[in-house]
Design a protein around this ligand. Structure first.
Ligand SMILES: [Fe+2]
Ligand SMILES: [Fe+2]
Length: 183
């Protein structure tokens, strides 16, 4: 039986991981954490993610490599801010960064072998993961950094008296501190 149709498939009806598609996430005030340095980095992340989603197959791995490199730097900086302001190494926010980066690198390995669908699917999943991360863990970190008057440009804690008495194992307000021992 013929199922021929005169309609061409459209991007809107195709799963986002099967080819280039419209960005699934746009920068907006809802994503801000009211810390300029962090917001600037997050806006760059959203732009790089949009570039990945829109990339044709021939450019997809290159765009993904840019996103992974930017995310490495993004997470490294947040991790350093946490360490400088009293978070325990391996706290849950740092652990989430580590796990996400590992997954992104696995996507890069697949892409380097010519398998693109994992990158397409991960890009879609990042459009869901990122707002949640920014509005919980990153927003909590931003509040914590403000509470100790942390200067992200210099790494200076201007209100050291406000530093926590014991290392923080949780996420600085976005989830409860666990009973994990500080390393
Ligand atoms: Fe972040
Ligand atoms: Fe983060």
């Amino acid at each position: 039986m013929s199922t021929a149709t005169t309609e061409a498939p459209t991007l809107a009806t195709a799963p986002s991981w099967q080819g280039p598609c419209a960005p699934g996430l746009a920068w907006s005030d809802a994503l801000t954490v009211s810390l300029q340095d962090m917001d600037d980095t997050h806006e760059e992340f959203v732009a790089l993610l949009a570039a990945v989603q829109q990339a044709p197959d021939a450019e997809l791995v290159a765009r993904w490599r840019e996103l992974v490199a930017h995310t490495q730097d993004h997470f490294d900086r947040e991790d350093a801010w946490m360490v400088a302001t009293g978070f325990a190494p391996g706290s849950c926010h740092m652990t989430q960064h580590k796990v996400v980066l590992q997954v992104l690198r696995e996507g890069l390995l697949s892409g380097d072998m010519g398998v693109l669908s994992p990158i397409r699917q991960m890009a879609h999943e990042l459009t869901i993961w990122f707002p949640q991360h920014a509005q919980t863990m990153d927003a909590g970190l931003a509040l914590h950094l403000k509470s100790v008057d942390f200067d992200t440009a210099t790494g200076q804690v201007r209100a050291p008296a406000a530093l926590p008495a014991a290392p923080i194992s949780g996420c600085g307000g976005s989830c409860s501190s666990s009973g994990e021992q500080a390393a």
